[in-house]
Design a protein around this ligand. Structure first.
Ligand code: C2E
Ligand code: MG
Ligand code: MG
Ligand code: MG
Length: 296
């Protein structure tokens, strides 16, 4: 009967929700030991100047090397960690790891590029954020130019006033701010007039939309011109083909990252890449201010 079918459906949903809650509880129970056991790993995805093909930076992206569940991408645990508050510890771990690896690299006498780190929408509202980041940089004797901070555009709607104040403070410390996922939220234009960001990081969907309609292309063209007027640079993410790369270049997009160039990779592979680009003299490094080591 209909009611029996309905009961069965409810039981099915309860079970599905139950499974999910169980899994979330399990992950929450594991996350602290995972951090202690070194299961979180930082990957690096290179970023390029679209005009010259020069390596100009990298984005740090966290992964969870889980002993039984395998290799977990951030989308499977970051939203959960944002809910239960663990994201703050994880992000601090990522920032420390990036700065430590950068310091090791510089101490070995190599040239390096700035690394863009992702700031959770939770952490951006931590009033101590600017000091926490500056402390980590100072501990490793790194200049503020060594890292860029990626703040997702959708965080703007939570509390614009506070976000603007934080970004201004971060910029006063000399940090470079990228607005991540630009165009994915509803706040883009207001946000642009109020938050003094240095770089717009175009959401991947823009690129995908240009392939669907000519309107998509026109909007992209408009954004590139808008960025020029505002004197902010633009980096496109999710470039997967040569055609996309050339198209973005023709619109005046400054920088890009995506599978076409390279997938996110472990630190050792990124080091090798830095070395090989360096040999071909195709690598731009940030100007160190109070750094040790040579800057070749
Ligand atoms: P995001 O910051 O917008 O990062 C871009 C995502 O696009 C990354 O996914 C990257 O691997 C992926 N990607 C790069 N190139 C391509 C491409 O050509 N095609 C396609 N289809 N995808 C590409 P990932 O690593 O899975 O990260 C997902 C999101 O998780 C990130 O989005 C970011 O919001 C968040 N995330 C990653 N690492 C961290 C972290 O350390 N802290 C925080 N708070 N969030 C992080
Ligand atoms: Mg990002
Ligand atoms: Mg992004
Ligand atoms: Mg994105």
């Amino acid at each position: 009967s209909i009611t029996r079918k309905y009961d069965a459906q409810i039981a099915f949903y309860n079970k599905a929700i139950g499974n999910r809650l169980n899994e979330e509880q399990q992950i929450a129970a594991e996350m602290r030991s995972a951090l202690q056991n070194g299961e979180f790993v930082v990957y690096y995805q290179p970023q390029y100047d679209l005009k010259t093909g020069t390596l100009i930076g990298a984005e740090s992206l966290v992964r969870w090397q889980h002993p039984t569940r395998g290799f977990l991408p951030p989308d499977t645990f970051i939203p959960l960690f944002e809910q239960n508050g663990f994201i703050t510890q994880l992000d601090i771990f990522v920032w420390k790891t990036v700065c430590r690896q950068m310091r090791e690299w510089i101490d070995q006498g190599h040239r390096y590029v700035p690394v863009s780190i992702n700031i959770s929408r939770v952490d951006i509202y931590n009033p101590h954020l600017p000091e926490i980041i500056m402390d980590i940089l100072n501990q490793q004797k790194l200049a503020p130019e060594c890292i860029h901070l990626e703040i997702t555009e959708t965080a703007y709607t939570d509390n614009p006033k506070q976000l603007i104040a934080t970004v201004e403070k971060l910029k006063a410390y000399g940090l470079h701010i990228d607005m991540d996922d630009f165009g994915s939220g509803y706040s883009s234009l207001n946000m642009l007039s109020e938050v003094p960001v240095d770089t717009l990081k175009l959401d991947m969907r823009f690129l995908q939309n240009t392939q669907k309609s000519s309107r998509g292309g026109n909007i992209l063209f408009f954004i590139m011109n808008l960025a020029k007027w505002l004197e902010v640079s633009v980096i496109a993410e999710g470039i997967e083909t040569e055609a996309q790369m050339l198209y973005l270049g023709s619109l005046g997009c400054d920088y890009g990252q995506g599978y076409y160039f390279a997938k996110p990779m472990p630190y050792a592979d990124f080091q090798n890449l830095l070395c090989s680009q360096l040999d071909r003299n195709q690598c731009v490094s940030v100007k160190p201010t109070y750094l040790g080591g040579s800057n070749c």
